[in-house]
Design a protein around this ligand. Structure first.
Ligand code: KG4
Ligand code: ZN
Length: 356
């Protein structure tokens, strides 16, 4: 058994989409282990996540993922003090696998159980240490920007109470990276590849604009940028500047410039909205999380803006930006500290759950 830890030890389980994840954290928020098994190979032939395949993959991946998490933490399952699983939002079949496993462990060991909102997991993840240190102290009041394949949300957190300030009116930022990348012929998952290719392109400033805010309330919107980018790809093909089916490593400069301009416009929108909110009510601490928080340009621009604006920026460590179970266990630790536990029999999963 590991010796360097504090109670309670929390086992996290995350199966909301296509990653099977299990992690153990301790009472100081130290990540003792975080195992993630990607299903990329299974979904690649289809260009995106196939829900039925994802559920079955979770079932077959679980034994090795959980064994890895326990082994890395040098613990046995009966050492665990509490169990946490994601209850949604996500793919219902996938969530059910995680919930069934989590509640079985909680019952078998007679331990407290937590059903965690996926967004709550991402929200606190910037305070986790990737070096195995205890988590940072979470300020009473901070703002959270969650940018992923399913969410683009700016949230105000005050004493554990979460209020949404800005949401996307249509597509999430990561979703649009995936769709534009797919149209460009990139394989799943496309977001990181678009980011990588965009590093090699030149930004054509005139190509894409940030959607203007006409009324007082800011919003995110990425579907216009997506449609326009898809049209631009079509135009390149029509003009013969891009051959459909061109391999990634042979994409012409025009295609790389398009991807660079697309990424730049998406990131500019995020910074524009942050500026607007900061002008109205000062942001002291901004915690940025979610799969898209791995985006190189977004990270660079956020660092620059935060420096200029005097904002304390907490960027999620790359290890915890994509879906993982350490963030689910950590959100459960926050809940446990506030005296909240769930009844495993009352916990249900849902593809959409409001977060408040
Ligand atoms: O948080 P996450 O793992 O799952 C959801 O909760 O959605 O985020 C996955 C999303 C995908 O859309 C993926 O393409 C995107 O994050 N993503 C990126 C990058 N890395 C992952 N998008 C842009 N640039 C990246 N470097
Ligand atoms: Zn996520």
């Amino acid at each position: 058994m590991a010796t360097n830890f504090d109670r309670p030890l929390i086992l996290g389980i995350e199966t909301s989409c296509d990653d099977t994840a299990c992690a153990v954290i301790d009472g100081t928020g130290r990540v003792l282990s975080s195992a993630v098994s990607s299903q990329n190979v299974a979904h690649r032939p289809f260009g995106g996540v196939v829900p039925e395949i994802a559920s079955r993959e979770h079932l077959s991946n679980w034994p090795s993922v959980s064994a890895q998490a326990l082994e890395e933490a040098a613990l046995q399952m009966y050492d665990i003090d509490a169990v946490a699983t994601t209850r949604g939002p996500g793919l219902v079949g996938c969530l059910l696998v995680g919930l069934s496993i989590g509640r079985s462990i909680a019952f078998a060991l007679d331990r407290p159980f937590h059903g965690v909102h996926h967004l709550e997991g991402h929200l606190y993840s910037p305070f986790l240490s990737a070096q195995g240190e205890p988590s940072e102290d979470i300020p009473e009041q901070f703002m959270g920007l969650v940018v992923s394949g399913g969410h683009t949300s700016l949230l105000d957190v005050d004493g554990g109470k979460v209020t949404s300030l800005i949401e996307t009116r249509d597509d999430a930022m990561g979703e649009v990276f995936d769709k534009v990348g797919k149209r460009m012929g990139l394989s799943f998952p496309q977001g990181p590849k678009v980011d990588q290719l965009a590093e090699q392109g030149q930004v054509l400033k005139t190509l894409f604009k940030v959607p203007p805010i006409k009324d007082a309330e800011p919003f995110f919107s990425f579907s216009g940028l997506k449609s326009q980018s898809l049209r631009e790809i079509e135009k390149l093909e029509r003009e013969g500047a891009l051959e459909p089916g061109t391999p990634v490593d042979a994409l012409p400069p025009a295609a790389l410039n398009l991807l660079a301009s697309f990424r730049d416009a998406a990131v500019r929108q995020i910074i524009d909205r942050l500026r607007r909110v900061h002008d109205r009510r000062r942001i002291d601490t901004l915690a940025v999380s979610g799969g898209v928080a791995a985006n190189r340009l977004l990270r660079r621009r956020l660092v620059r803006w935060a420096e200029e604006a005097g904002v304390n920026l907490r960027l999620v460590p790359l290890k915890f930006s994509g879906d993982n179970a350490a963030m689910i266990a950590f959100a459960a630790l926050m809940r446990q500290r506030r005296g909240i536990v769930d009844d495993p029999l009352d916990t249900v999963v849902a593809s959409r759950i409001p977060f408040d």
